[in-house]
Design a protein around this ligand. Structure first.
Ligand code: PHE
Length: 510
């Protein structure tokens, strides 16, 4: 028998035997103390016996005042105000001298209390007694009474004001204990019958089953919680977004490299090398390996040229483009790095076969060297979509965004001019959120610049419309989470994953 079962059997036995000669157990805590048994074992025994109706029980709560550590020392040595009073000689004493007899914190308390009781006069030069004698250290007396009395709160004869004062000084605290009052139940017997819990093959063969008593099914017992895999809210929303993209005919881009070179993350996107985003305050650069191994050299040359002196009707930025800057490895700051690789490889295909329009999407993690707060983490997930075709216009972008976001439940969009180094025109996307009753920022978008597309080798008349948004934002809105650290990172409560409801995006869709 396991140790806990054994202890429970002893506790059960004690309860049942007591009830053989007594009408009730008025207080199981007291009973446990008298029987020298563990009160938890007694409580468990009572619960089990109640379940089998050997006994009837009722929960009772018992409140007891206990001395705190500070309270205990005052009970032994007296209150600090009394000690202070006794340390003052008839002729008085300087405050400095007096202070030497105490430690800093108890001196402060002692002065405050003694002054409050009007026992002591704190004069300019001397501290003197205001009264000749204090007969009774009330605080100590009360504490001793509480300590010795083991009084129940309901029987204690100390005034409420005194209790309040002692609690406020943190000298006593209330301990609440739960116990039971117990009487015999309809199935009472002085000893618990052993009942069989399972019908076994042996019982059937031997015929023992005929004489055995079987344990009744407890149809009210709650089943053990089923343990199964659970998806994080971000994964659930990601799946729904992925389905939306797939329904719209988009193919997923490979996003399996968190580490990217500055070249694909910035340079290929016509982002100048002095751009503030390329600062280590905004971007995590890698120390090992510090630089990328290889880049497509002829393409690098074309990118260098477009940055330095332009081409394709652009004037470029007119600065000295540095290869070392492009080689630097970093944690990608946006999934547009994935899009730039993808478009470059599409352009390479154009050398072999005729250009065919494409629709691509990605959803994966990106990193930014940002101060962490309720809405920002140093890493988050980006959702990005792009369409690459001949003769696309801003109207196509607006149309596809309206289609995409209405599937997310946002059919009322507004667009605001914005700036990205790699898109022109660029638009911030605002969506009307019915719950918030206002327009909220939901993404960023634009048409990739010819300075980005033409050096890749895409045909002149091919345009690319694209947009990006975070995965965290819609997830937090859907699940009503207002602090991003409750959603992602080491502080997340695993219970969130087990208990969160199924939230469907797009249900508000008109
Ligand atoms: N890369 C942009 C961002 O990080 C999103 C974006 C993607 C903007 C594609 C325009 C086009 O916010």
């Amino acid at each position: 028998m396991a140790d806990s079962d054994h202890r429970r059997a002893i506790a059960e036995d004690a309860v049942l035997r007591h009830l053989q000669n007594h009408h009730e157990i008025a207080d199981s805590l007291l009973f446990a103390a008298q029987a020298k048994l563990n009160p938890d074992d007694i409580a468990n025994a009572i619960k089990s016996l109640t379940g089998h109706r050997y006994v009837d029980s009722q929960e009772i709560t018992k409140e007891t005042w206990l001395l705190t550590e500070e309270g205990k020392t005052y009970a032994v040595h007296g209150s600090p105000e009394m000690q202070l009073f006794l340390s003052i000689p008839q002729e008085g004493i300087t405050k400095d001298e007096l202070q030497k007899k105490f430690d800093a914190s108890s001196f402060k308390i002692a002065c405050a209390q003694a002054a409050k009781n009007r026992w002591v006069d704190f004069g300019k030069q001397l501290v003197t007694r205001k009264i000749q004698h204090v007969d009774n250290d009330k605080v100590q007396t009360l504490l001793l009474r509480i300590q010795d009395g083991k009084d129940n709160v309901s029987t204690i004869d100390i005034s409420q004001d005194d209790i309040r004062a002692l609690t406020k000084r943190k000298l006593i605290s209330l301990q609440v204990k739960k116990g039971f009052s117990v009487t015999r139940g309809p199935n009472y017997a002085p000893q618990r019958k052993k009942v069989a819990t399972d019908l076994t093959r042996d019982m059937l063969q031997s015929g023992d089953w005929k004489n055995l008593e079987f344990k009744e099914f407890n149809l009210n017992a709650k089943g053990a919680p089923t343990e199964g895999g659970c998806l994080h809210p971000l994964l659930k929303v990601r799946k729904q977004l992925k389905d939306i993209f797939l329904q719209m005919g988009f193919a997923e881009m490979p996003t399996n490299n968190y580490v990217e070179s500055s070249f694909w993350n910035f340079d290929a996107l016509f982002q100048p090398q002095q751009h503030p985003a390329r600062d280590s305050h905004d971007t995590f650069f890698l120390k090992v390996p510090l630089t990328t191994k290889e880049l497509p050299e002829d393409y690098v040359e074309r990118v260098k040229r477009i940055h330095e002196s332009g081409g394709h009707q652009s004037r470029g930025y007119g600065y000295d483009w540095k290869r070392e800057e492009a080689d630097k490895n970093l944690l990608r700051t946006h999934t547009t790095a994935v899009s730039s690789r993808m478009l470059y490889s599409l352009a390479q295909d154009c050398a072999q076969k005729p250009f065919a329009p494409k629709k691509y999407f990605s959803i994966d993690r990106v990193f930014r060297n940002e101060a962490v707060d309720r809405t920002h983490l140093a890493e988050f997930h980006q959702i990005e979509g792009l369409i690459c075709d001949r003769g696309l216009t801003l109207g196509d972008l607006i149309g596809v965004l309206e289609d995409f976001f209405s599937r997310l439940g946002m059919s009322d969009l507004k667009f605001k001019p914005a700036y990205n180094p790699y898109t022109e025109p660029s638009m911030e996307i605002l969506g009307y959120h019915k719950g918030f009753g206002k327009y909220v920022e939901i993404g960023n978008s634009g048409m990739f610049r010819p300075e980005m597309l033409l050096p890749m080798g895409l045909p002149e008349d091919v345009s690319v419309i694209a947009w990006g948004l975070s995965l965290e934002r819609p997830t937090m809105i859907l699940y009503g989470i207002d602090n991003i650290r409750d959603l992602f990172g080491h502080k997340v409560d695993l219970g969130l994953m087990k208990k969160n409801p199924i939230c469907r995006i797009g249900l508000e869709c008109d």
